[in-house]
Design a protein around this ligand. Structure first.
Ligand code: GDP
Ligand code: ZN
Length: 344
């Protein structure tokens, strides 16, 4: 990934922001050590990071959802994001403003990353089990846009599913096109759940699907992600607001990811940044490997630099002819690859 050239002034600003961030982290770590020495802390237990505020995080005890505390981080701890599991010690004296201390980050089984504005990949949430790609009859879905989300999900190793929202808007004009667009997915291992946040149809099935593990909702603007979060968690908006006020005094409130427990079991991590997952540059190799049904043929073409279009001995073209790859997915792949080339 190429980095943009930065002006001297920009570099100076980045440097300054970095210094300030380090200073805040140092002070927070000092307070953490202070709290440890003063002995206002309970015994160490495991917890879950519900929200991350830079030098502090909100932690929930793994064995007691009613125990939630803001925590300082010990020095030299691995960086934390929402969804991280941690070893922590809660504050016990109950004094207003007393904070717990996080001592260590536990191992992650997955990471959701996105590029920061300098093009470096940054983890924004951890331990996600499912990426739910939301689409709708309106705004009109495009096959290659759906495939682009799937490719991005495949690159993380997290299981994607498709949610067709607004099924109340399906009519004789869009029914066939929608069916055609969605047709390849179930047999590729991507379940499609149909629902309407407006009528409530399909929501019970969605809750059952989300009842295990941690999910995120992604998808283009207007497909109904906010409506969906509100339908599943009526008081989520209010809670985010309260949390932000109590802990943040207005900084970074709109981008911080937050973890919610769903009413039917399972968790949801949500933030505006997470919803935009997958809309950035990807490499040609991850594009190719992100089409799961292409994988058995990758590296099997006669020519190592095969473009998979008209070359003799192309393993992917042969699979297409045999019907092991659908024309619809092949078109999508070629479209996405051509748009990658135009970007480069
Ligand atoms: P987001 O940009 O993905 O968060 O989408 P929003 O939740 O803001 O929804 C975009 C628009 O779609 C809003 O006007 C919603 O009221 C509408 N909407 C959401 N879900 C449904 C649905 O199931 N049916 C219909 N007809 N409209 C919906
Ligand atoms: Zn080929």
């Amino acid at each position: 990934m190429s980095k943009r050239k930065l002006s001297r002034r920009q570099l100076w600003r980045i440097d300054k922001i970095q210094q300030e961030r380090e200073e805040r982290a140092r002070r927070s770590a000092q307070r953490a050590e202070g709290a440890l020495q003063e002995g206002h802390l309970g015994t160490e237990r495991t917890g879950l990071v519900i929200a991350n505020y830079g030098t502090q995080v909100l932690v929930e005890a793994s064995d007691d959802r009613t125990l939630r505390q803001r925590c300082h981080l010990r020095a030299n701890i691995d960086p934390l994001v929402t969804g991280d599991r941690v070893a922590w010690r809660p504050a016990v004296d109950g004094a207003a403003g007393s904070l717990g201390v996080v001592g260590a980050r536990l191992q992650r089984h997955s990471e959701l990353q996105r590029p920061d504005r300098y093009g470096d990949l940054k983890t924004v949430a951890a331990n996600i089990d499912r990426i739910a790609i939301v689409i709708a009859p309106r705004p009109q879905p495009f096959a290659n846009a759906i495939d682009r989300y799937l490719v991005a999900a495949e690159a993380t190793g997290i299981k994607p599913i498709l949610l067709l929202n607004k099924i109340d808007l399906i009519d004789h004009q869009n029914r066939e096109a929608l069916a055609e667009i969605l047709q390849p997915y179930p047999q590729l291992g991507y379940p499609v759940i149909r629902l309407s946040t407006k009528t409530g149809e399909g929501l019970p099935q969605l809750l059952r699907t989300l009842a295990q593990g941690t999910s995120v909702f992604v998808g283009q603007s207007g497909v109904g992600k906010s409506s969906l979060v509100n339908a599943l968690l009526p008081d989520a908006g209010a809670r985010i607001g309260a949390l932000s006020q109590a802990t943040l005094k207005g900084t970074h409130t709109t981008t911080a990811a937050e973890l919610f427990h769903l009413p039917g079991g399972g968790d949801l991590i949500d933030s505006p940044g997470i919803r935009e997952f997958g809309l950035w540059h990807m490499s040609e190799q991850s594009l190719l490997e992100g089409f799961v049904e292409f994988r058995p043929y990758v590296g099997r073409c006669r020519f190592r630099d095969c473009r998979h279009q008209d070359e003799p001995g192309c393993a992917i073209a042969e699979a297409l002819q045999r019907g092991a790859i659908s024309q619809r997915r092949m078109n999508s792949f070629l479209h996405l690859r051509n748009s990658l080339q135009r970007q480069n």
